[in-house]
Design a protein around this ligand. Structure first.
Ligand SMILES: [Mn+2]
Length: 325
């Protein structure tokens, strides 16, 4: 799996790592782990994302080595890079946000390491394993294949990547291999309780209260097989929170017995709506996300649509209803 990528890593010096917009723990953990491994090999590594690290993930990066993209500071670094590695983000350069344009123009060799089933023709070479529960699993494998070691900081980063991308070991791609890797990460010093608390138990009071508000608004369709709800900017303002504070709200509907698919829409601005889809694994919903230019996994996907929240929500629910009949 790695035989083409390893020589490219070994024979080059300057690396830029990047990932998708609003980087999650898998994106950040994979970046941090691979960056540390490359630095140990003597490489120069810069990690740059379009969006900043969310506050509950900052513990992963105490030395603040993950940069938020700025054209002034990073254009030269990107231009001089020998290799660009895109992690956890297939599909197209667009998934990376504004940095994607800059990376696309660079002359570096472009690689992608991912577990999403989306196109990879935007890079020169890709390693995609859709059976992996997280990109973090692949990075673990790459580091060991290259004879590297799993330090405590790498273990912590990859553990965070895997628990979040598996929904704490319940999503369909959770495998014996996932647990074997996780066991090794614990041996290498990852602290499950501390990491769980940092990721899941640092919510703002307003975020939890907003969840209560959203939960009250949940409606169902298709005889209770679809749960759907949305949140407006006005509600976010009312509770004094930002959209990023509502991580996890997209799967609230799945807590209801009988619900197979959840549709959650968030108003980004008046004519821009973020769509999040979740399914119980019996329905493939990334096809619907793809209709809106988005992507993701068969049972967890998302997209952004031009349109009013209420219209987009109704339209997506209609599409899911047709999928179920
Ligand atoms: Mn991932």
């Amino acid at each position: 799996m790695w035989q083409k990528i390893i020589p490219i890593i070994e024979n080059n010096e300057r690396f830029v790592l990047s990932s998708h917009m609003n980087p999650d723990c898998d994106a950040l953990g994979s970046e941090l782990a691979l960056a540390e491994h490359l630095r140990k090999l003597g490489k120069t590594v810069t990690v740059i994302n379009t969006d900043p690290v969310a506050s509950n993930f900052r513990f992963l990066d105490p030395k603040q080595r993950i940069n938020q993209y700025s054209e002034n500071r990073h254009t030269r670094i990107i231009k001089k890079a020998d290799v660009i590695i895109v992690l956890d983000a297939s599909g197209s350069w667009k998934r990376l946000g504004i940095i994607g344009k800059s990376l696309e123009k660079a002359e570096a060799v472009k690689l992608c390491i991912d577990h999403h089933p989306d196109p990879t023709d935007f890079v020169d070479l890709a390693v995609v394993d859709t059976d992996a529960s997280a990109t973090g699993e692949l990075i673990y494998d790459l580091i060991l294949t290259m004879g590297g070691t799993i330090s405590k900081t790498i273990a912590q980063a990859l553990y965070a990547a895997i628990i979040t991308d598996t929904g704490n070991f319940r999503f369909p791609k959770t495998s014996p291999r996932t647990h074997q890797i996780t066991a090794e990460l614990l041996t290498a010093g990852a602290d499950p309780m501390a990491i769980y608390r940092q990721i899941y138990e640092q919510n703002l009071l307003g975020a939890i209260q907003a969840q209560g508000h959203i939960m009250e608004s949940i409606r169902v369709a298709a005889d209770g097989q679809i749960a759907f709800y949305g949140v407006t900017q006005a509600t976010l303002n009312q509770f004094g929170i930002k959209s990023a504070d509502l991580d996890g709200v997209a799967s609230l509907g799945q807590m209801i017995g009988g619900v197979r698919v959840t549709v959650f829409c968030m108003e980004l601005s008046q004519e821009r709506t973020k769509i999040s889809l979740r399914s119980d694994g019996t329905v493939t919903i990334n096809t619907i996300a793809a209709e809106y230019g988005g992507g993701g996994h068969p049972s967890a996907a998302g997209a952004i649509s031009e349109g009013l929240l209420a219209d987009v929500l109704a339209e997506v629910v209609g599409k899911v209803e047709r999928l179920l009949t």
